[in-house]
Every structure is written in C-alpha cells, then in structure tokens.
Design a protein around this ligand. Sequence first.
Ligand code: 5AD
Ligand code: SF4
Length: 365
Amino acid sequence: MNLTELLRKQRAMTRQDLIDLLSLTDPDDLQQLYDAAYAVKAATVGRVVYYRGLVEFSNICIKNCRYCGIRRDNDEVERFDTERDDILAMARWSYESGYGSLTLQSGERQDEAFVSYVEELIGDIKKIGGGALGLTLCVGEQTEETYRRWFAAGAHRYLLRIETSNPSLYNMLHPRDGRHEWQVRRDCLQTLRRIGYQVGTGDMIGLPGQTVEDLADDILFYKQLDIDMIGMGPYVVHHRTPVGQAVAAAGLDSPDARQRRLQWGLSMIAVTRLFLVDVNIAATTALQALHPLGRELGLRAGANVLMPVVTVPKFRAQYLLYDHKPCVDERPDQCKNCLSARVASVGDTVGFGRWGDSLHFHKKE
Ligand code: 5AD
Ligand code: SF4
C-alpha cells in the first residue's frame, strides 16, 4: 500500500500500519505524515490552540522514577512547596490573561495533609471568575477516595502518564520497591474514568530499550482506555539520574540521537492524531528542550494544546525533570507573548477564555 492510501485509513489503521508510519524516516514521507495529521486536526478539533497554564507547585516527591530529575534520591534538588496565596495569584493572573484553564502539577504525595491542601486549593481556584477556569490535576497515583474528593471539589480533568504501555520496560525504568507498579497506574486511569474525569495519559518517547512496536502499542493503549487527552513527549536526559547517566555513557545523548527522539516525538503526535482523531494532544515542553521550534513543530504535526508555565518564577529552576528545560528564566507574561507568536507562526489561533475540552470526551456523554 502506498503512503497516501495508508494515511487515509485513519481510525481503521492496524497495529502494523501504526508501526509502518512510526518507522518513516525519509523527510518527504515525514512531511506528508505531518501534513495529513494537520489536515485532520483542522477538520476536527480546528486550528485553535488551547492554553493550560501550568503551575508546578511542589517538587517534593515520594517516588524515585529512574529517569526523573526530581526523583526522591536526587539530593542536589532544593525542595519547595508554593504558598497557597502565591498559587492563587498565578491562577488569577492566568484567568485575567484569558487562559481558559489551569493545570496543577507536583511530585507525588499521598498523605492526608497534601490531599486536603489540594482539595482546598481546588475550591479556591474554582471561585476565581465564578468558576471560569477549567482545572486539570497532574499529581500522580492516588486512592479512589482521594480522586473522588478532588472531583467533588471541582477538578474535572486528570493527567497521569502511563509512561510506557510495556510493563517490562516500565519495570526497568522504575525501582522494584512495590511503589512503582504499572498495573496500579493503569487501574488509576480506569478509576479516574469511572469517576467522570476527562482523562489524559501519555508516554515518553525514545526511552532506552523502547522499540517502535512499543510506541505503536502506546497508541493502541490510548485507544483501549478511551483516553480524552494526550500529553506525551520525547525522553530527555537528566544528568543526575540512573537512566540519564546510562544513556549518556552509551553515547545515546549525541545530537543525532536527540534529533531522532525529536522526530519520533513528532511522528507520535501525528500518528495519534490520525488514529484517534478527536482527542486533545499537547505539544509539550520536552519537544522544545530538543529543538528551539519543537512546540511549533508539534502543532504542525497535529497537536492542539500548549501548557505555558505559570509556576512562581523563583521556583522554576527547581522543577527540572530533565536537562535543558526551556523558559526557566522567563516570567509568565514573557511566556504568554512568546507562545502567542509561536502559535501565530503556525497559522493557528489561540482559544482565549475557553476551556477547550476534549471533543472526544463530550461525544461520549
Ligand atoms: N524526560 C522527559 N520527560 C520526563 N518526565 C519525567 N522525567 C522526564 C525526562 N527525563 C515526564 C514523565 C512524567 C512527567 C511529569 O514528566 O512522563 O509523567
Ligand atoms: Fe516523582 Fe513524577 Fe518525577 Fe516520578 S516522574 S519521580 S512521580 S515527579
């Protein structure tokens, strides 16, 4: 079958079709793939980019993911918790700047003090503009009761990346200490769906030991779990992590290797857009860590969401999941202007003042 016919199959693509598309390397073929995905985006979710102001409010984490810069064992990291009033000020700024929604992200914690802190925070954020801000949580694995409390308080979207749909690869990337279980993570996604959240997941792309078959299976996993939102991005080395050090020692952090991970990241966006059609897909910051125009390339390959960082400026440099994280010295107003120019350069417009819910989610209602 030729590429043009394959791209037209969209939802009818087989696993082998996904693998074939994710294996493309010829620049003309790749351009055809990205153009086809952009056309599907334009025809379904539209050429509109939604902003989710991202507040990274704490880097304290009980987990020890072997690739992540703020893993528990990294004692070079200065840990912080953002004051409630500072978070609310950033939320108010986001609302006044026309950002339709906010994402609260932090390391993982499950103690009652944390759970009730987040619960009250949700309530306070929902008071801004009479509930005008959409609210996504990205605070890890929790009990069903906790997820229910936060939903009742007003959160309506939840982002929990599966990281990889391959349990044995997952086991290699996480300590075997009973705290990092793939099955538990998958169950959390199903619980979130049952409760009524719009559910987001995603993977890291270009992990050591990951194959193109694994990536195709990640996309099939999104389909199988009926996911509404996708936040995925290339793996980026953090020099003070076990995975980062092994990758660098194996010579897999060369400019060529980074370019391959970027290209795979873009292909994953495009193939996901073609296959799942009406979900929200973020062009994540990790793309920009590998290429100055990484996020624009993501929008051109079919993504329709950006997450401008609205973390309190003094804490930005302490939330480093990977090396070369862009924009850590920027203030939120600089990010806003910079991103608007980036969106315009692609020919999209910003959906200011709108939640920009996943079309896929509402079709199910
Ligand atoms: N490179 C890219 N993404 C990373 N994350 C954590 N560490 C890295 C890294 N080194 C991602 C994980 C996590 C999200 C918050 O950040 O996918 O779910
Ligand atoms: Fe913690 Fe998330 Fe980093 Fe894992 S990826 S160590 S859960 S912040």
